[in-house]
Design a binder for this molecule. Structure first.
Ligand code: AMP
Length: 594
């Protein structure tokens, strides 16, 4: 059973694998290594993913969606016409559901390329992704039918791909400018340990923004030329946006480029075309302010890592947008060194993710991963100031850039006499005022015994795992009363097994008509044989069994026995036990450093 690495990008996605110690990106049937992160329905209602979907984007934006990653972790709904061009049938999709379709297409791509089923994956996210966004990504992977071994940061994956492991410590700055997100990370690599020292970014900045600026520029050229605005309908605007992107890419290798979009509009009976030549320097004027912002982020990351620019041994560029000459030029001037090149900037994240997947399933690739948390985590608390007690301060429990996994506790006291309850409000961010940060959820510790102010102490424990998922528990000192917070992030929750099953079935139905999926459908009543995921889980469980401590190994053995019985009896409990096993393995894999 093989584990793949996936770069789930805003604009493009890739899937890679380690084979015989070598790592490679797996091509689609057309030989293309890149799958555009675009999903749509054709005019006959057929599901389209990747280039086919992108091709119809300009003509049928109401049946197509791209850049969904920008919405990850929110409850933004995308309405897609699913029943073909003449049908009124539509359906609403949440961001993780669209992402699941992309991941499912990558799974299928990998299975076709390898000729066997693929059920495990490491998926990358920007280092700056919040908890909700990471959780959404993991859920998308699960709906797509993967066991998500780990969610790792894109810059860390990139550094792994450059195979910079040497005995000497190297400090590497990873500058990642993709389609929709920007990240800069300072990474330290010693031997086979990669540690993110600091990371900054903006998950709403990237090539899409350059496209939009250029789109507005093209619209103004059209207005100047014809004295009327280009129509403000979705199709025309999508055409302009597509033309802008092509123009942008061409200008990375040419000083000037021409654009021609025929029949964009009409005046009376006269058709109006857009025809123009754009200079690279004009484009550079448009994007320079956004690039300046990325330089500021570099400085912040260096300051956080306590390093001067001269202490950086290498600069690595990641993401398609780093092909823009001005980007390279500005980084070079700012840091005083030429970025290392070698691997294609759009593939190195997937390659690094595959290396990590290889490590997790025991392939002979020796790299260990250490990550940091991108935002400080803490709770709202009252603090004693010279002007008296002030509520609503942000009390940081895990500071930004702590190495994960990390567990920290703080003890808080009651503020009032006979206080009956304490509200624990959890936030992430850097502002001293709690409310100014991103709320992650809250819960109450109730039924406290009557005591004078300060008489009751409550310990708040934060546990942040390798996937960026936070568990908060509280203990009342001396009583051991426990409260646990399930981080209920913006419109995003982990799905229950039932919801997950339903989402998977829906996705199965969507893919059913596609004949290219070939996963050896052995006709047998053995439920394990028709369930490659469970087979993979069982294989993995048996492998890890010997490396666990006594308590965990007993727990796992018991679970395996239960599953064996359930299989023998063809019990309806198999899915539930399977999920338990998946959670258990996920837990032990991601907490083994603790
Ligand atoms: P990624 O998310 O890394 O796949 O990067 C995708 C972004 O890179 C998109 O905005 C593309 O338009 C952009 N891109 C790809 N190739 C080039 C190029 N040669 N010059 C400028 N931008 C590019």
């Amino acid at each position: 059973m093989r584990a793949v690495g996936i770069d789930l990008g805003t604009t493009n996605s890739e899937v890679a694998i380690v084979e015989n110690g070598q790592v490679r990106v797996l091509p689609g049937e057309d030989g293309d290594l890149i799958l555009p992160s675009c999903v749509g329905f054709s005019d006959t209602g057929k599901l389209l993913v990747g280039r086919d979907a992108l091709r119809q984007y300009a003509a049928a934006p109401e049946r197509t969606v791209k850049s969904i990653k920008r919405w990850m972790g929110t409850d933004h709904k995308t309405t897609l016409g699913v029943g073909g061009a003449s049908s009124e049938e539509t359906r609403e999709y949440l961001p993780h559901e669209i992402s699941a379709i992309i991941l499912r297409a990558l799974k299928q791509r990998a299975e076709n390329a390898l000729g066997e089923s693929v059920t495990q994956a490491v998926i990358t996210v920007p280092a700056y992704f919040t908890d909700a966004q990471r959780q959404g990504t993991k859920t998308a992977g699960e709906i797509a039918g993967f066991e998500v071994l780990q969610i790792i940061n894109e810059p860390t994956a990139a550094a792994l791909a450059y195979d910079l492991r040497s005995e000497e410590t190297e400090r590497v700055l990873v500058y990642d400018l993709g389609g929709g997100t920007f990240d800069v990370s300072v990474v330290e690599i010693t031997g086979d340990v990669t540690e993110v020292l600091a990371s900054h970014g903006n998950n709403r900045l990237g090539g899409d923004d350059f496209d939009r600026l250029l789109q507005l520029h093209l619209a103004s050229i059209f207005r100047k030329e014809h004295g009327v605005d280009a129509p403000d309908d979705a199709v025309t605007q999508a055409r302009l946006l597509r033309a802008a992107e092509q123009l942008k890419i061409e200008m990375s290798s040419h000083g000037f480029a021409t654009v021609r979009e025929a029949f964009l509009s009409s005046k009376g009976k006269t058709p109006l075309h857009l025809e123009a030549e754009v200079a690279r320097t004009d484009f550079e004027v448009l994007i320079r302010p956004l690039l300046e912002e990325t330089l500021e982020a570099i400085d912040r990351a260096l300051a956080d890592a306590n390093l001067k620019a001269e202490k950086i041994d290498r600069v690595i560029l990641v993401g398609g947008s780093t092909r823009i000459p001005l980007v390279q030029q500005m980084i070079q001037q700012h840091l005083g060194q030429t970025p290392t090149d070698g691997i294609q900037p759009d593939l190195c994240v997937a390659l690094g993710a595959a290396l990590q997947a290889g490590v997790l399933v025991g392939e002979s690739v020796d790299a260990i991963l250490v990550d940091v948390i991108p935002h400080s985590l803490g709770i709202a608390a009252a603090v004693n100031t010279p002007r008296g007690i002030m509520p609503g301060y942000f009390s940081v429990i895990i500071p930004r850039n702590s190495v994960v996994p990390v567990s920290r506790s703080e003890v808080y006291s009651t503020l009032l006499d006979n206080q009956e309850a304490v509200e624990i409000e959890v936030f992430q961010g850097e502002n001293a005022i709690a409310e100014e940060n991103v709320p992650l959820g809250s819960f109450k510790v109730e039924n406290l015994p009557p005591k004078p102010a300060g008489g009751i102490q409550v310990e708040v424990h934060f546990d942040f795992d390798l996937n960026g998922i936070l568990t908060v528990t509280t203990t009342e000192k001396g009583k051991g009363q426990q409260g646990t917070l399930v981080v209920n992030s913006v419109g995003m929750q982990r799905l229950s097994s039932h919801e997950l099953k339903q989402a998977k079935e829906e996705l199965d139905a969507l893919f059913e008509s596609d004949e290219t999926i070939e996963i050896s459908p052995e006709v047998t009543i053995d439920p394990v044989k028709v369930n490659p995921e469970l087979t993979a889980l069982l294989e993995r469980a048996r492998r890890v069994l010997s490396s666990l401590d006594e308590e965990q190994s007993e727990e796992l053995q018991e679970l395996l026995d239960q599953i064996e019985d359930a299989i023998a009896e063809e019990s309806a409990e198999i899915p539930q036990l399977q999920e338990e096993l998946s959670d258990f393995l996920y837990y032990v894999t991601n907490n083994e450093d603790e």
